[in-house]
Design a protein around this ligand. Structure first.
Ligand SMILES: NC(=O)c1ccc[n+]([C@@H]2O[C@H](COP(=O)([O-])OP(=O)(O)OC[C@H]3O[C@@H](n4cnc5c(N)ncnc54)[C@H](O)[C@@H]3O)[C@@H](O)[C@H]2O)c1
Length: 496
C-alpha cells in the first residue's frame, strides 16, 4: 500500500513497450463498486477470493502485461505459485512514506499501528517473492532499471537484483548462486581484472578478461605502492573510458581497485565482484574506496560508486574458515543496525552465509547509503564498531587482526560505551560462536588504541563521534565519549 505501484508499472511498461494493468482497477470494474464498498458489504475474505481470480487470470494469460498488484494479493498461495513464472518487483518504501500516501484511504489503512503491523507481517513474504527490489522510485528510476531487470533472464535461476541509489549515481546489484563462471556480464566493454594471488588462482578463469593485474593477498597490500603498480598495469593494458576495472576479490581488492578506478584517467567505471563474506555483505556497496597509510586506516581514498556489483555466494565455499568468521563480524554489525527480521535471524543462529543473508545485509547497507552517500549523517551508523576496530588495526600494523576480527572487538567496545551489558554479552557469544576473538591481545596497550582513535579520520572539530546502540535497530551517531570511558571500554576488552 502506498508504494507507488501503479505509476511504476506504467513507467516499466512504457520502457518495455508493454501494457500496464492495475489489478485493483480491474477488480473495481469487475465488482461494479469500490473496494471500500465491497469490503464493507462482503468482508475481506470475499474480496480476497475475487482478487485471487482476477490476478490469476492476468498471470496465466499471455502476453503478460506489467501488472501492479494489490498489496495483499500475495497472501494467496495460488497467486504466489503463479508468480514463480514471472519477474516480481518489490518497491521498497518505508512505513512512514507508505502511511503518508495510503493512510486513511484504504480499508486496511485506517489505523496507524494496524497498518504498521500489516506491513511488518507482509515484509518477509515480499522479500521472499521479490526477484527485484527497487527503492522508493521515481518513474525515471524505474525506466533506468528496466535493462538490468531484463538482463536477469541471462543470469542463473534464482539470481536477485537490488537497485542501488546514491546521490552520485545508481547501479544494479546482482546476487545469485553460480553467477561467477556463468558467462553473465553486468556491463558491456573490456573488463580489466584486478585480483589477488589467491582469488585469481581460483576464480580468474571464470572471467573473460581483457587484462589481469594480480596483487599479493591481504591488508598489507592495501597501499599506495600497490595502487601505483595497478595503475601502471592498467595503463600498459590500454584501459580507456570504454572499458572498466573489474575488482575480483575481497574488500582489499575492492577498495584498492575501486580507488584505482576513481583516479585512473580521472575516473573509469568499476564493477565489483566480491568473493569474501565481508565484501558481499558490506564493502562492495556504497562507493567507499581507498588505501591505508602507515598513519591511519583508509587514509587515502575517494568516493566512487560501482557501475555494477555481481555477488556469487557460492564463491564463499572456498573461503578459509577464519575469513568467513571475519565476515560474520560485519553481518552482526549490520544486523545490529537493521534490527527487525535480520537481527532476529542472526541472534537465533538461523543465518547461513547464503544468498538471502547477502541480500538482507546489502539491502540494509544500500538503504543507509541512499540516504547519505557522503557520510554526513546517517551513513555514520555503518561505522558501528569501526572506530575502536580501526584503531586496533592501526596500532597492530594491519597484521595482527583481520579487519572483521578487529571490528568484532570494536563492536564489544561500542556496546560497553552504550551501557548495554546484556547485549554485549549476547554479541560476545555470537562472535565466539563464529570463531572470532572477544578478548584483545594483552600485548596491545589500551592507551595506544585510545590514542589511535583520536586520529580516526572521521573526527570533526577535534572530536571523534562514536556510534552507540540503544537497541538493535536503534543506533545513535556522533556521540561524544570521554577519554576515561573509552580507556575503560578498551581495557575491558583485555579482560573479557
Ligand atoms: N569500502 C567499504 O565500505 C568497506 C567496508 C568494510 C570493509 N572494507 C575493507 O575491506 C577489507 C577487508 O576485506 P576482506 O575481509 O574481504 O579481506 P581480503 O580482501 O583481504 O580477503 C581475505 C582473504 O581471503 C582471500 N579470499 C578472498 N576471496 C576468497 C575466496 N572466495 N576463496 C578463497 N580465498 C579468498 C583473499 O585472498 C585474502 O587472503 C579491509 O581493508 C576493510 O577496510 C571496506
Amino acid at each position: 500500500m502506498g508504494a507507488g505501484k501503479t505509476s511504476a508499472a506504467r513507467a516499466a511498461a512504457a520502457a518495455l513497450g508493454a501494457r500496464a494493468v492495475d489489478s485493483d482497477h480491474l477488480l473495481v470494474e469487475r465488482l461494479g463498486c469500490s473496494i471500500e464498498e465491497y469490503f464493507a458489504s462482503h468482508g475481506e475474505r470475499a474480496f480476497r477470493a475475487a482478487e485471487e481470480d482476477v490476478v490469476a487470470e492476468l498471470l496465466e494469460r499471455p502476453p503478460s502485461p506489467v501488472l501492479s498488484l494489490g498489496g495483499g494479493a500475495i497472501a494467496s498461495e495460488r497467486v504466489r505459485g503463479l508468480l514463480e513464472r514471472h519477474t516480481v518487483v518489490l518497491l521498497d518504501v518505508d512505513e512512514e512514506t507508505a502511511w503518508r500516501r495510503a493512510g486513511g484511504r484504504r480499508p486496511l489503512a485506517r489505523d496507524r499501528s494496524r497498518f504498521g503491523a500489516l506491513l511488518a507481517e507482509r515484509a518477509p513474504l515480499y522479500a521472499t517473492l521479490a526477484d527485484v527490489v527497487l527503492p522508493d522510485s521515481s518513474r525515471d528510476v524505474v525506466r533506468r532499471a528496466v535493462p538490468a531487470m531484463r538482463s536477469l533472464a541471462q543470469a542463473p535461476a534464482g539470481t536477485r537484483l537490488l537497485w542501488a541509489t546514491a546521490a552520485s549515481g545508481e547501479y544494479p546489484v546482482f546476487v545469485g548462486d553460480g553467477l561467477l563462471g556463468s558467462g553473465f556480464r553486468a556491463v558491456a566493454g573490456d573488463a580489466h581484472v584486478v585480483t589477488d594471488e589467491t582469488v585469481g588462482a581460483i576464480y580468474g578463469r571464470a572471467i573473460d578478461a581483457a587484462s589481469t593485474v594480480t596483487i599479493p593477498p591481504g591488508e598489507t597490500a592495501k597501499t599506495l605502492a600497490t595502487a601505483q603498480t595497478v595503475l601502471e598495469a592498467l595503463a600498459e593494458a590500454g584501459l580507456d573510458h570504454d572499458g572498466h576495472v573489474l575488482a575480483l576479490g575481497g574488500g582489499v581488492v575492492g577498495d584498492l581497485a575501486g580507488f584505482c578506478a576513481a583516479v585512473y584517467q580521472r575516473g573509469v567505471r568499476v564493477v565489483q565482484v566480491p568473493t569474501t563474506l565481508v565484501a558481499q555483505v558490506d564493502s562492495a556497496y556504497g562507493g567507499k574506496t581507498g588505501v591505508d597509510l602507515p598513519q591511519g586506516k583508509n587514509y587515502a581514498g575517494a568516493f566512487h560508486q560501482p557501475t555494477a556489483v555481481v555477488a556469487d555466494p557460492t564463491a564463499l565455499a572456498t573461503l578459509p574458515p577464519e575469513e568467513l568468521a571475519a565476515g560474520w563480524a560485519e553481518v552482526i554489525k549490520t544486523a545490529l543496525i537493521a534490527g527487525g527480521p535480520l537481527w532476529k535471524r542472526v541472534r537465533s543462529r538461523a543465518a547461513r552465509p547464503d544468498r538471502d543473508l547477502v541480500l538482507a545485509c546489502a539491502r540494509t547497507k544500500l538503504a543507509v547509503v541512499a540516504a547519505d552517500e557522503r557520510d554526513a549523517g546517517a551513513r555514520q551508523s555503518l561505522n558501528l564498531g569501526h572506530t575502536v576496530g580501526h584503531a586496533i588495526e592501526t596500532v597492530t600494523g594491519y597484521a595482527r587482526y583481520r579487519h572483521g576480527e578487529a571490528v568484532g572487538l570494536g563492536l564489544l567496545a561500542a556496546l560497553t560505551l552504550s551501557a548495554q551489558p546484556a547485549l554485549r554479552e549476547e554479541v560476545a557469544g555470537l562472535l565466539a560462536e563464529h570463531g572470532l576473538p572477544t578478548r584483545l591481545d594483552p600485548a596491545v596497550d589500551p592507551a595506544d588504541v585510545v590514542a589511535a582513535t583520536a586520529r580516526d579520520k572521521k573526527r570533526r572539530g577535534g572530536r571523534v563521534g562514536f556510534v552507540l546502540v540503544e537497541a538493535p535497530g536503534d543506533v545513535r551517531t556522533h556521540v561524544a565519549v570521554s577519554p576515561d570511558d573509552l580507556r575503560a571500554a578498551v581495557a575491558e576488552l583485555e579482560r573479557s
